[in-house]
Design a protein around this ligand. Sequence first.
Ligand code: CP
Length: 347
Amino acid sequence: MRNLVNILDFSVSEIDGLISVASDIMDNPEKYADKCRGKIMGALFFEPSTRTRLSFTSAMMSLGGQVLGFDQAASSSVSKGETVSDTIRMVSAYSDIIVMRHPKEGAPIVASRVASVPVINAGDGGHYHPTQTLTDLLTIHKKKGRFDNLTIGICGDLKYGRTVHSLISAMSRYENVKFVLISPDELRIPDYVKEDYLKEGNYVEMTNLEKAIPELDVLYMTRVQAERFESAEEYERLKDSYILNHAKLDFAKSDLSIMHPLPRVNEIDVDVDEDTRAHYFDQAMYGRYIRMALILMLLNTYEIDDKRGMGIEIEGKCCSNPHCISNSERGIKKLFSEGAKCIYCDQ
Ligand code: CP
């Protein structure tokens, strides 16, 4: 059984396959209208969502399937103290595939280890968001026609931005991709992303968006993630660090692709929406089709492919990340890779 917890759970050729199926679905939706007839998707959103939850729902319905679930933890028995593991065991019995979003980093790994159906990570805290990355990759494919030889600017909250971490890990597998990482010092990319996916020469860190813009092929703007901050004052100080507007685009390439996983707050002025280089609403639209392709793939695939390894316990050692699921979920082992990284949150 396959899961999608981290975008690297899929090979480059599997991602090519998903993009190809998504493109075919867009051209020939009627061919796919009954592919999931009789199947049920469990959509478990322990955190708010518009695009991810509704595009997955739309995807399953467009394939002829049905959807059950909840859109906030408060309306599930989690509010009574039920663990992720027990919730997933139950929903495995009621559905054929599970999509989950959870505020704790690594929660989908806990889920995938007890589920009897495929589990899809729809965002785990500030860690990863692999299905957003599939959406981003389909957008880059449609708008740029290639994944190699691109300079990608990623701007905003690189510390807590889970879409950023997944996008970097996915794009780092292609040839001659350069990352320009633009953030305030307080919101720089985490060390585990640098260590695992970036190498000297393929990235630069900057604080000035205007200086970075002229060389970019893709500009991926992100929201400062209010919900991850410990201090409201710190969020208020940093929230408007970058605002992309029409004037800042004067020195950009004519074929720049402006992307944003959305929702936006202030980081892209609405005057940019009419620019032909603004691709973020198309990006959100593509999410429905790539998620249709993903559901089809996981419901038809039965190999075992957990590249993470099972992990080992280290006497006396707990994960130091307070947002890691291993520090809140009752009854799970605290497991580490051979390099002593937490297998749930990578820190
Ligand atoms: N991009 C994204 O994950 O949006 P939602 O939070 O609305 O799902």
